[in-house]
Design a protein around this ligand. Sequence first.
Ligand SMILES: Cc1cc2nc3c(=O)[nH]c(=O)nc-3n(C[C@H](O)[C@H](O)[C@H](O)COP(=O)(O)O)c2cc1C
Length: 182
Amino acid sequence: MSFLELAQRRQSDRGYLDKLVDRAIIERCLEAARLAPSACNSQPWFFVVVDDPELRKTLAGRLYDIVMPGNRFALTAPVLVAVVAERPNLLPRIGGIVKDKPYYLMDIGMAAENFCLQATEEGLGTCILGWFDEKGVQGLLGISGSKRVPLVITLGYPESPAVRRKVRKGLDEIMAYNGYPG
Ligand SMILES: Cc1cc2nc3c(=O)[nH]c(=O)nc-3n(C[C@H](O)[C@H](O)[C@H](O)COP(=O)(O)O)c2cc1C
């Protein structure tokens, strides 16, 4: 599969088969995440993989609420991965303040996307979740309240393997050569 095909195939899957995911596959996805770039190579991430059936159901219960009932599909995911933001090195931390850019969030986004692309390559589905009860997730997984959990990723064999048409802005709307338009 070419890289563009892989990028095309990756999609948010919001329903999974009741089929376990081999830990070797999960670890290949995490290996892809581990290789992601980060500001000053600070690698400010930690991944809590939840594949215990009871624990994952309880965790999934903290990923949806009245405002975001759509995340209820997380109950079907055989694996949930909570991405914990670790304290970055001094340099990117200071750089982030000086330049007013939360580098650690960009780093975590890239690691999450690498994870999802490897999962796609393995024939698995993922969905990145950013809306959930963060305190509830921290409490359940023993993560200190001082550490943010920016994302949880669902992982599993998708219920519907069909690749949907991507809804995206056209290239002409998102780029220009040699200067910003207008
Ligand atoms: C930072 C971030 C947070 C997201 N949070 C959620 C979420 O809470 N629930 C959900 O169903 N999808 C969530 N998504 C998935 C997006 O809705 C999805 O990527 C987007 O609609 C494009 O669709 P695609 O991933 O199928 O290409 C999130 C994606 C990102 C990158």
